[in-house]
Design a protein around this ligand. Structure first.
Ligand SMILES: Cc1ncc(COP(=O)(O)O)c(C=O)c1O
Length: 447
C-alpha cells in the first residue's frame, strides 16, 4: 500500500455519499450506545492521517483516543504483526506459554517505576486491565472498599465502572449492580477547585478532605483495599493536578497500608513527555494499569504489580485471549520505537510546538477559559465567559464538528473541553497546519 498524504484534504463535505450509506447501515445493526462524535467512516490511515471512504483525508490530532500516537499503520508495527500472524496467532493464555508475552513482560517491567520485583498480567483492553488491578488488590488485602476520584474514567465493566464518574450517563441504571464499597473524593481540578481555593497558595484542601472525610469517615483504612487515580484525568478533560496532589495521595496510601493503583491507560507511551506519566509526577504505583497506545491500536492492556501481589493461586484470574501473540508482537514493535527510535523525545518536541500554537489561540479567543498541557496531551476548556467560567458545551461540540469538516480530528472531553493527543512523528509544519484549522474553526464559532 502506498500513501501520498501531504496534509488534510477534503474532497467532498464529510460525511460524503459513501460515508452516508455506511452510516445508515451502521445505524441499523450496531449498538446505539456508541457516542459517534463525528461522522468519520475510516477506510485507511498512515502516519498522522486517516482517510475516509469518500477519499477525504483528515489530520489526526486525537490518535483515536490517544492510541495511534506512533502513527497509523506504522511500518515496523505492521511488519511485526504480519510476521507473527504467519507464525502463530493463538495458543491460549491460561494453559500454555507464548514467547512474545514473556519477552514483553521482561522488557516492560524494566520501564516501570519502582526498584522492586514486579509481575505482569495481560488483558485485552483498558477496562480489563483495571479489573485485574481491582482483583489483585482485593485478593491480597482481603478488604472490600476502595477510593476513587471524582471525574475519573476507569472503564465500563461493573468493577471499573464503579470507579468511574466522568459522566452521569455511563452509571445510569447500574448503581446497585456495580461493585460495591467505592467512595469518592474530589480530584485536584484547580481551574474549578471544589474548595474555591487557588493553587499554589492553598492548603491542599483536596488532600485534607480525602484523609479526614472520605478515608476516616466513609472507607476506613482497615476496609480500604486500594485508591485509584489517573495521573491526569483524560476523559474528564485533560485535568492536570499539581504533583503535590498525586504524591499526597500516594503518601496517604503508604501511611495507611492501602494499595496505590495508578491508571495510565491513557497517559503512557510518551504522551506526557515521559514514557510514563508516573515518572513525571514521581509516583511508584503498587499496581499500574496501561493500555491504549501499548500495541498501536491492537487490543491489549497490561497490569503490573509488585511481584508478591501477583503470586496468587492458579486459576484465580486468567483469560483466553489476553496477551495474544499477534497483539504482543505489535506491542513489542511499539516498545522498539520508544527504546530505539526515541518516540518519547519525539513526543516532547511535538508537544512544544503544539503547546506554543494553543497558547497563541488562548490569547486570541476569550472562549478559551483554560489550557492544560503536558507533552502532547493538551486540553482546551471552553467557557461562555472567563469571569463566570460557565461551560460552553454547545460551542465545544461545534468546534469538534467544524474541525472535522475542515479535515482535523479532535475529541471532546469533560463538560466543555477538547483534548488533543497527536501523533508523535508530526513535523512542525503539520502541527502548525492543525493549529490553523483550530484557529479557523474558533474564529467561525466566535464571529
Ligand atoms: C484512564 C482510562 N482508563 C481506562 C479506560 C478504559 O479503556 P477501554 O476503553 O480500553 O476499556 C480508558 C479509556 O478511555 C481510560 O482513558
Amino acid at each position: 500500500m502506498s500513501y501520498d498524504y501531504n496534509g488534510p484534504k477534503i474532497v467532498v463535505d464529510p460525511p460524503g455519499p459513501k460515508a452516508k450509506a455506511w452510516i445508515e447501515r451502521d445505524n441499523t445493526v450496531l449498538s446505539t450506545s456508541l457516542s459517534r462524535t463525528a461522522d468519520l467512516v475510516a477506510l485507511r490511515g498512515h502516519g498522522p492521517y486517516v482517510e475516509d471512504v469518500d477519499g477525504n483525508v483528515f489530520m489526526d490530532f486525537g490518535s483515536g483516543i490517544a492510541v495511534s500516537v506512533m502513527g497509523h499503520t506504522q511500518e515496523h508495527v505492521v511488519k511485526a504483526v504480519q510476521e507473527q500472524a504467519a507464525e502463530l496467532i493463538h495458543a491460549n493464555s491460561c494453559d500454555y506459554l507464548t514467547l512474545p508475552q514473556i519477552e514483553y513482560a521482561e522488557r516492560f517491567l524494566k520501564l516501570t517505576p519502582g526498584d522492586f520485583p514486579k509481575r505482569a498480567f495481560f488483558s485485552n483492553s483498558g477496562a480489563e486491565c483495571i479489573e485485574a488491578g481491582i482483583k489483585v488488590a482485593k485478593y491480597n488485602t482481603k478488604k472490600s472498599g476502595a477510593i476513587a476520584f471524582l471525574g475519573a474514567f476507569h472503564g465500563r465493566f461493573m468493577g471499573s465502572l464503579a470507579l468511574t464518574t466522568n459522566s452521569p450517563v455511563s452509571r445510569r441504571h447500574y448503581i446497585s449492580s456495580m461493585m460495591p464499597g467505592v467512595a469518592f473524593s474530589p480530584y485536584a481540578y484547580c481551574y474549578r477547585c471544589p474548595f474555591k481555593q487557588q493553587y499554589p497558595g492553598c492548603n491542599m484542601e483536596c488532600l485534607e478532605f480525602l484523609e479526614e472525610n472520605v478515608l476516616n469517615r466513609v472507607i476506613p483504612p482497615e476496609d480500604c483495599a486500594f485508591m485509584i487515580l489517573e495521573p491526569l484525568q483524560g476523559a474528564g478533560g485533560f485535568i492536570i493536578p499539581p504533583k503535590e496532589f498525586l504524591q499526597g495521595v500516594q503518601k496517604i496510601c503508604r501511611d495507611n497500608g492501602i494499595l496505590f493503583m495508578v491508571d495510565e491507560v491513557q497517559t503512557a507511551f510518551g504522551k506526557t513527555g515521559y514514557f510514563l506519566a508516573s515518572e513525571y509526577f514521581g509516583l511508584e504505583p503498587d499496581i499500574l494499569c496501561v493500555s491504549k497506545a501499548i500495541a498501536a491500536g491492537l487490543p491489549m492492556g497490561i497490569t503490573v504489580t509488585r511481584a508478591e501481589l501477583m503470586e496468587w493461586d492458579q486459576n484465580t484470574h486468567e483469560n483466553t485471549l489476553g496477551g495474544n501473540p499477534v497483539v504482543v508482537a505489535g506491542a513489542l514493535a511499539v516498545l522498539d520505537l520508544y527504546e530505539k527510535e526515541g518516540f518519547t523525545e519525539k513526543a516532547a518536541k511535538v508537544g512544544e510546538w503544539l503547546q506554543a500554537g494553543v497558547r497563541e489561540l488562548e490569547e486570541k479567543y476569550e472562549l478559551i477559559g483554560d489550557v492544560r498541557a503536558l507533552g502532547t496531551m493538551v486540553g482546551i476548556e471552553l467557557v461562555e465567559s472567563r469571569e463566570t467560567k460557565e461551560p460552553a458545551t454547545a460551542k465545544r461540540n461545534r468546534l469538534v464538528e467544524l474541525t472535522f469538516k475542515k479535515g482535523l480530528l479532535i475529541l471532546g472531553a469533560g463538560k466543555s473541553s477538547v483534548r488533543l493527543a497527536p501523533v508523535h512523528t508530526m513535523t512542525e509544519d503539520e502541527v502548525k497546519l492543525g493549529i490553523k484549522i483550530l484557529d479557523e474553526a474558533l474564529a467561525e464559532i466566535t464571529k
